[in-house]
Design a protein. Structure first.
Lengths: 291, 247, 331
């Protein structure tokens, strides 16, 4: 039982990180039809920004701020202006393939410029266990879960309670109409790219202490984010949250109860079943696009 | 005269909305039937139900007496029902001739003969005749995407006739076509009917076009058939005038 | 007429170069050229599925794997190469057919993710089913076959075998895309609803596009196994599928010669740019991004636009030149 509870909480913690990354992924899709195949690398990179800043002698907290700042600049602003904007008119597929190329470029750049090794990364949450209902539970898991949940709640408040949030939602639902009613659509799209950059930086900060900083970790994370987004529902924030949490739990339970070899197959089966039988996702709406 | 198409009691409901609510009419061999009515009266939905693009909620569609309700569009097409769409639908990357060959190729031979047989499925001559009939011979080798809008509309219609269908359903063939092209289109459709004995149903908003082209007209309003008859009768029918001017 | 003549001459020159070039190359050079031929076969298959029929697949690498394992398992158990090749073809055709079913339900990114998931699942099977695939240890000593009594164990004869396979596949696909099937594939890509209304059985053609494209992936794998003489799971990760996809897109999806060019860039260029070491991949990735920004239809797309523009200019000049003649006739 204590084992199960620990697995569950660890699963929710990983799932919360997946959710954070998946939300950004779906936001980009909703506002600009960008399927970002480099999303995993987007999570891998900020940790290296932070490590590089620490190597220059900055204290951890300051390095984190530098890392977030660089993420907003490179993964938010530059990504949109340099790659996405010129490619939008070409349609979904060329842009998706360009992001595949981007993922290679980011991975190999880190390998060449920094190192091919795995680097330890300091945790924002102290190690150790706390007692939950008499069961010792990893503090790190709980901390990650709490931070991720706070971030999602904050984002949700931003989207539902502020005027900018409403404008962003309108942009996501129908850019043409949004433009007609006078919403600065371009700026709203830029905001979603910046939010995505912020979310991946947060994801990086939370996941890297667990997975270590390595150029190749993005592959697993990116795939998890895709699966979470699709399972939950591609066009909704709460879908991505549900998908992320579900995937994290399934992933951790599969590791414990299914054969270790086919652990990785369980989320993929989940993905295929969802796509075939409920393609709009568990919580998603049916997307209506004209042929 | 033989009834090519018979639609009886056709209904299509979307949730609570009764888009088509008990429509019955028939099409006789060799006639040009006009299907008209105000926007949103269910004309296109009726077409889509007849053609298997939508599954009707209720009712029956017969082709030459045989029940074809709910058949897949490609099967219906091979039984001889062909159509055009409201929005322009040609294949822009294929040449005009290739578009027409495509429109005929699935009606000839088998999958295997289409793989191993001649590239044009033996249809080049037929395609060129059709191109000549629609007076587009000078465009035969051009990519369809490079044609003017009116020319693409002509091609769209020509494709519907390519396989020698029993029945053609044209959904707003005149939409967006300029006056000169409109004359050509009407002339060609009438020639098709007169010379080749083609039977067709036309949905159209352009009243002059319908009234001068069609031999008989069915008027729909709010998902039902309001009136039917020869163009001049329908034009004078108070209920029809009311439906068009009443709101 | 002159254009098709030029195309024929270029084709013959290209074929002659492919036959003669390896005579001037060392062992490794011939190996790389053979690898190009094999990858081109796989890319041709993907080009059929994606470029012509418009169905995205991120699983072509998995089919190369299926073909490679089929040949490796059968030939190391004593069966002749042709049996392995036939099995590779049949299994990847059948699995590709099944993979086509999701395409009947979902499109675009959903289809991309289904095929992506399939690709990863196939890798897991290669790695974990040790009784069949020997797992991470791989199958060693995959023999190179004898063809018509000629042993292809040496690099040069094996290269010619791969080149022969490429020639056969090229001819078959060239035939296919010019047949009514090719026209139906393009119709499926451009407007499936209209195609259906013209009697095109889009279901069957979609499944066929997947099955044939995948089968060619299997054929590529069937030659890959004896080329490398060793088969383990590592080459058949998602990375190979993405690589093949980029080859098709970079060369020009939907152009017959696109895969040849794309594979040339992806397989041969790294060898010429060896001095760049790890930077090569970065340069390649940046090149792909820049290319896609300039021309989403790849390198041949640029060429095609250029030629079309020139032809249109020539045609309008011809019309302009013809006009006075007509007038003088009228007068």
């Amino acid at each position: 039982m204590s084992n199960f509870l620990n697995l569950l909480i660890a699963g929710l913690a990983t799932g919360a990180i997946y959710a954070v990354v998946a939300i950004g992924f779906t936001l980009l899709w909703q506002t600009s039809q960008t399927i970002n195949f480099a999303q995993g690398e987007f999570v891998m990179l900020p940790a290296f920004f932070m490590l590089a800043a620490m190597n220059l002698g900055l204290p951890f907290m300051l390095a984190v701020l530098v890392g977030i700042g660089l993420s907003l600049l490179v993964l938010g602003l530059l990504f949109k202006r340099v790659l996405v904007d010129p490619m939008l008119r070409h349609g979904v597929l060329p842009l998706a393939i360009a992001t595949m190329a981007l993922s290679i470029a980011l991975k190999e750049s880190v390998k060449e410029l920094y190192s091919a090794e795995a680097h330890p990364f300091p945790s924002v949450v102290p190690a150790g266990n706390v007692d939950v209902l008499g069961v010792p539970v990893s503090m790190q898991s709980l901390g990650v879960l709490v931070i991720a949940v706070l971030a999602v709640v904050a984002l949700n408040l931003l989207l539902t309670r502020t005027s900018v949030g409403h404008q962003m939602q309108a942009t996501a639902q129908n850019p043409t109409v949004a433009r007609i009613v006078g919403i600065p659509v371009e700026r709203m799209i830029l905001y979603t790219f910046l939010i995505n950059a912020g979310l991946v930086a947060l994801g990086s900060l939370l996941v890297t202490p667990i997975y270590l900083a390595k150029f190749s970790t993005g592959e697993i994370l990116g795939q998890a984010a895709f699966i979470a987004a699709i399972v939950g529902g591609f066009n909704q924030v709460r879908g991505a949250v549900a998908g992320g949490l579900l995937l994290g739990v399934v992933d951790n339970l599969a590791a414990a109860y299914v054969s270790a070899q086919y652990r990785a197959a369980v989320p993929l089966f989940l993905l295929i079943v969802i796509i075939l039988f409920r393609p709009q996702g568990l919580l998603g709406r049916v997307e209506e696009r004209t042929v | 005269m033989a009834r090519v198409l018979e639609v009886s009691g056709l209904r299509k409901h979307f949730g609570g909305i009764k888009a088509v609510d008990g429509v019955s009419f028939h099409v006789e061999e060799g006639e040009i039937l006009g299907l008209i009515g105000p926007n949103g009266c269910g004309k296109s939905t009726t077409f889509n139900c007849i053609l298997g693009q939508l599954a009707p909620t209720d009712g029956e569609v017969r082709l030459d007496g045989r029940v074809v309700t709910g058949m897949r569009p490609s099967e219906l097409n091979r039984l001889g029902v062909s159509r055009t769409f409201q929005l322009l639908q040609v294949f822009p990357q294929l040449s005009v001739r290739e578009n027409l060959i495509l429109a005929g190729q699935e009606h000839k031979g088998t999958m295997l003969s289409r793989l191993l047989g001649p590239r044009d499925a033996g249809l080049t001559a037929a395609a060129d005749r059709m191109i000549g009939f629609f007076k587009m011979s000078h465009l035969a080798g051009e990519k369809a995407g490079g044609l003017s809008y009116g020319q693409q509309k002509l091609l769209d219609a020509a494709m519907a006739f390519m396989a020698g269908p029993r029945l053609v359903l044209l959904d707003e063939p005149a939409g967006g076509v300029n006056l000169t092209m409109l004359g050509d289109l009407k002339d060609r459709l009438q020639a098709m009917n007169r010379e080749q004995g083609a039977t067709f149903v036309v949905i159209e908003h352009n009243m002059d076009f319908v009234m001068s082209l069609c031999t008989r007209v069915v008027v729909m309003a709010e998902g039902r058939v309001l009136a039917e008859g020869r163009p001049e009768e329908v034009r004078r029918n108070p209920a029809v005038i009311d439906a068009y001017l009443g709101h | 007429m002159t254009r098709s003549l030029a195309a024929w001459l270029a084709g013959i020159a290209g074929a002659a170069a492919l036959v003669l070039l390896p005579l001037a190359l060392n062992r490794y050079g011939i190996y790389i050229l053979s690898l190009w031929a094999v990858m081109t076969i796989a890319a041709i298959g993907l080009n059929l599925t994606l470029g012509y029929a418009g169905q995205i697949s991120l699983a072509q690498g998995a089919f190369v794997g299926i073909g490679a394992y089929a040949v490796a398992i059968l030939t190391t158990s004593g069966f002749p190469f042709v049996v392995g090749l036939a099995a590779a073809l049949a299994v990847s055709f059948a699995v590709g057919w099944l993979l086509g079913y999701p395409a009947l339900r979902v499109q675009h990114h959903y289809l991309a993710f289904v095929t992506l998931a399939f690709s990863t699942l196939a890798y897991l099977v290669f790695r974990n089913e040790e009784w069949l695939t020997k797992g991470i240890y791989g199958i060693v000593g995959v023999p190179r076959p004898s063809v018509l009594g000629i042993a292809t164990a040496k690099p040069l004869p094996f290269y010619y075998l791969c080149l022969g396979a490429l020639a056969v596949v090229s001819f078959a696909v060239w035939w296919l895309v010019r047949s009514p099937w090719g026209r139906a594939f393009v119709a499926l890509r451009e407007n499936p609803v209209r195609a259906l209304s013209l009697g095109v059985d889009t279901r069957r053609y979609t499944l066929m596009a997947f099955a044939i494209g995948s089968a060619l992936g299997g054929v590529a794998g069937a030659f890959y196994a004896p080329l490398v003489e060793f088969v383990d799971p590592t080459p058949f990760t998602l990375a190979l599928s993405l690589n093949l996809l980029m080859m098709v897109i970079v060369g020009g999806a939907g152009f017959f010669l696109g895969p040849f060019l794309g594979a040339l860039i992806a397989v041969l260029l790294p060898e010429w740019l060896r001095f760049m070491e790890g930077w090569y991949l970065i340069a390649y990735a940046v090149f792909v991004m820049v290319l896609l920004v300039i021309s989403p239809t790849g390198i041949l797309g640029i060429l095609d636009r250029h030629l079309t523009a020139r032809r249109t200019r020539a045609a309008s000049q011809a019309r302009a030149a013809a006009k006075p003649v007509l007038n003088s006739e009228a007068a």
